[in-house]
Design a binder for this molecule. Structure first.
Ligand code: SF4
Length: 387
């Protein structure tokens, strides 16, 4: 894990081989590469002006990539330290969706907010998060707030927030809020672009003239999607976007995210809803107590999870064994030195007092080797439940 601790803006700039930003955080390279590229590759009307985007979302790949290395976030409280995220490493590429899954409170949303510089002042952040574009690379965790505000949030990275209905300001129409986002991004025709974004999300432009309390959950979700896409980002960060939605709306929201991937954007989906993740994710990263414990192709992780916690999540699904994971996650202020899942793990033994390293996509001293292991874990959990 990186020993660097940052609360933002204290990283030294790197040289060309280190590919990080110049001291002012501006990306190197010619501005011509930042020509406005409209969402979905449609004609340029309504695009963000040149120079305001790090890169357009419509390139099928375009050299964009988010590469996170050993991201660690802690919060100092009086008499305690919350270790919210520890040593998370992963990568997101255009055209793919990475779903970060785990129980509520495991650090998923903290991780997402760290990437956008949205953590409170008592957060300590270590590690690196390289936002790579054809024009260069920006190290997000050390980037000054002004750079994140001007060049990242809403431009390279769009955020779909938790509970879109409550995220919208209740006393302003959806249109006022979408157009405000577009004006802040420097868009020359915010009204026309807001209508385009609404139509792309399956809304009638007149729906934007409603106040948030007049929107259904699904409509609020689509307004949030429209706002996230206002700056034509190539990366969408969706933080529990399905909270409060019923299953048909969850399915539609996931279909919309899949559509964003299919048009060449990348999606980092933060969710506790494994079934939702299954509908959209190419890759899965399972998080427990602030650590990634298993990563891999979504189909493989869901069909043959190798970490006992990942197996427990899968087995807890109604369409699988429907057996809950016994026990509760540990408090993030009192994490053990060894495996944090040990008190709940059917396979725990003395070796688990030492921290399990991540190897071949799984951080476990006794990974499950095949689905017989998964079934055994489910059976043991079921037997324990009956005791
Ligand atoms: S390291 Fe040990 S306690 Fe942790 S998940 Fe693996 S077997 Fe279970």
């Amino acid at each position: 894990m990186s020993a660097r601790v940052s609360t933002g803006g204290d990283l030294p700039p790197r040289g060309p081989s280190g590919e990080d930003l110049p001291p002012d955080g501006a990306l190197p390279g010619p501005s011509s590469a930042a020509e406005p590229v409209p969402a979905g590759g449609s004609p340029a009307a309504g695009s963000v002006p040149a120079g305001d985007s790090l890169a357009g979302g419509s390139a099928p790949d375009g050299g964009n990539r988010l590469r996170v290395e050993e991201l660690t976030v802690s919060f100092r409280l009086p008499g305690a330290t919350v270790r919210a995220v520890t040593g998370a490493s992963f990568e997101v590429r255009p055209g793919r969706c990475l779903a970060l899954v785990g129980e509520s409170g495991c650090g998923k949303s903290v991780l997402a907010h760290a990437l956008l510089g949205l953590l409170p002042g008592n957060a300590e952040v270590a590690g690196r998060a390289h936002l790579e574009t054809p024009d260069g690379s920006l190290e997000l965790l050390g980037a000054p707030e002004a750079v994140l505000a001007r060049r990242v949030r809403g431009r390279a990275v769009g955020l779909i927030p938790q509970s879109p209905a409550t995220h919208l300001t209740p006393v302003r129409t959806a249109r006022a809020q979408v157009e405000e986002a577009l004006r802040e991004l420097g868009h020359p025709r915010p009204r026309e672009r807001a209508d385009e974004l609404a139509l792309r999300q399956g809304l009638h432009p007149a729906d934007l003239d409603r106040y948030p309390h007049e929107l259904s959950g699904g409509m609020a979700q689509r307004v949030a999607n429209a706002m996230a896409l206002a700056g034509d980002p190539w990366l969408i960060l969706a933080d529990e976007p399905t909270g409060g939605l019923d299953r048909p709306l969850v399915d539609r929201a996931m279909a919309a995210l899949r559509g964003l991937c299919d048009e060449g954007r990348a999606v980092l989906l933060i969710t506790h809803d494994l079934r939702a993740a299954e509908r959209v994710a190419d890759d899965l990263a399972v998080m427990y107590a602030g650590r990634l414990v298993e990563t891999g192709p979504a189909g493989r992780v869901l069909d043959r999870p190798r970490h006992p916690y990942a197996a427990g999540l899968v087995n807890a699904q109604p369409d699988r064994a429907f057996v809950p994971i016994l026990g509760m996650p540990p408090e993030l202020t009192r994490l053990p030195d060894g495996c944090a899942f040990a008190p709940r793990c059917p396979s725990a033994d003395g070796a688990c007092a030492a921290p399990p390293p991540m190897a071949d996509g799984v951080a476990c001293h006794h990974p499950l080797e095949d689905d017989r292991g998964v079934r055994a874990a489910a059976r043991r959990a079921s037997e324990d439940d009956r005791v």
